[in-house]
Design a protein around this ligand. Structure first.
Ligand SMILES: [Zn+2]
Length: 377
């Protein structure tokens, strides 16, 4: 490391230290990190100037009569907005540095490839920011998570068949959003949120590795590795919805037959109850024989898919998406079915985790900006 790298490294360590402890004195930091007092002082001054910490607080007078200043970590010093645009909904969240949701909005609105729709996105973002009373200088940016494969670097939807958004760009989506924006594949935002919130405050200790499986109206996945989402040169790593489960089987929205998507999508369930997933699970819980049969078949396919994921990945697997909201009563059954397929005698209870996060897509989209901020501090 050259002297500039050491400087940046020290700065990040000091910030992380305060972030973890919430309140710390200069001496705590110097002792805790093995740094000189001048180095600590210089960095604290910079954080104070940038509004990242406050330094007003005095700790109780110690026995030696000295009264050291305590510096406090400010989790709302920076914020980011996440937007989730799906076929039927627009959801937004305003998130602080720790990933806490400070405000959120949900609007039922069918996606349209139109200027009117993009205008609505812009208005919803601005209304939420205004209502929350956020000082705009604190707003890092707006992550826009969309259904479809996204080349995140180029900012373009490269495959969009679930909703008609193929070819749309970051500029299209953010035409009416007066802040920096990023375009993100929603499954990646989902997975990113999962590993971030399950880790020790995000990038403080680095992100754990996990394969995130999203089972909603469509089926997808994301591989989370250390620094973030592993995309692969095809930019679609983890697209398990299009692995073949049944050769020559049901037609997938991609046009091929037998993909996992039509077998594991929750629409397979809700199609029996007029599109209402709640109603399906209500009837299942009441012992409805027809629903029981549908569920039994469905759960086998989900088990097959999750076992395939475990075999390919060999690490932690997180189950999220709409199915997650209903799986608690059936989790044991699901895990048994996976275990019966596992050739190594492993127990799914040891590697399969059920997501516990609310609003993971919009939160994850916002966290892209939080991570970038923390990495560059
Ligand atoms: Zn397919």
């Amino acid at each position: 490391m050259d002297s500039r790298d050491i400087k940046i490294d020290n700065r990040q360590r000091i910030y992380r230290y305060i972030r973890k402890k919430k309140v710390a004195t200069k001496k705590d930091i110097a002792t805790g990190l093995g740094l000189s007092l001048p180095t600590v002082t210089q960095n604290l001054k910079r954080f104070l100037e940038n509004g990242l910490i406050s330094g007003e607080e005095k700790l109780e007078i110690k026995s030696d009569g000295r009264n050291p200043v305590a510096y406090r970590y400010l989790n709302e010093a920076k914020v980011a907005v996440g937007v989730s645009s799906t076929r039927n909904h627009i959801r937004l969240a305003l998130v602080d540095i720790d990933g806490n949701i400070m405000a959120s909005v949900e609007k039922k609105h069918v996606f349209e490839r139109s200027g009117k729709y993009m205008k609505l996105l812009g208005r919803l973002v601005q209304d939420m920011v205004d209502a929350a009373g956020v000082d705009e200088s604190k707003l890092l940016g707006v992550g826009i998570a969309v259904t479809g494969l996204v080349d995140e670097e180029a900012g373009k939807v490269i495959y969009g068949k679930i909703v008609d958004n193929e070819g749309l760009t970051r500029e299209d989506y953010s035409k009416y959003i007066p802040y920096p924006t990023k375009l993100i594949h929603d499954t990646n935002a989902y997975g990113f949120c999962e590993v971030w919130l399950s880790s020790d405050m995000g990038s403080i200790t680095g992100l754990p590795d996990a394969f995130y499986v999203n089972i909603s109206n469509s089926v997808g996945g994301a591989m989370l590795r250390g620094e973030g989402v592993f995309l692969g040169d095809g930019l679609y790593s983890g697209e398990i919805g299009h692995t073949t489960l049944v050769p020559g089987g049901l037609v997938c929205y991609c046009g091929h037959k037998g993909c996992a998507d039509p077998y594991c999508s929750v629409e397979r369930l809700s199609s029996h109850t007029g599109g209402e997933l709640d109603a399906f699970f209500e009837r299942l819980a009441k012992g409805d024989k027809k629903m029981r049969k549908v569920w039994d078949e469905y759960l086998d396919y989900v088990a097959m898919l999750l076992c395939n994921v475990r075999m390919i990945w060999g690490g932690s697997v997180i189950l999220g998406g709409y199915l997650r909201d209903y799986i608690d009563d059936y989790a044991e059954d699901l895990m048994d079915r996976i275990d019966r397929r596992n050739p190594f005698g492993e127990k799914a209870s040891g590697y399969l985790y059920l997501s516990n996060n609310r609003k993971p897509v919009e939160t994850g989209a916002a966290l892209y900006y939080i991570k970038e901020f923390l990495d560059k501090i």
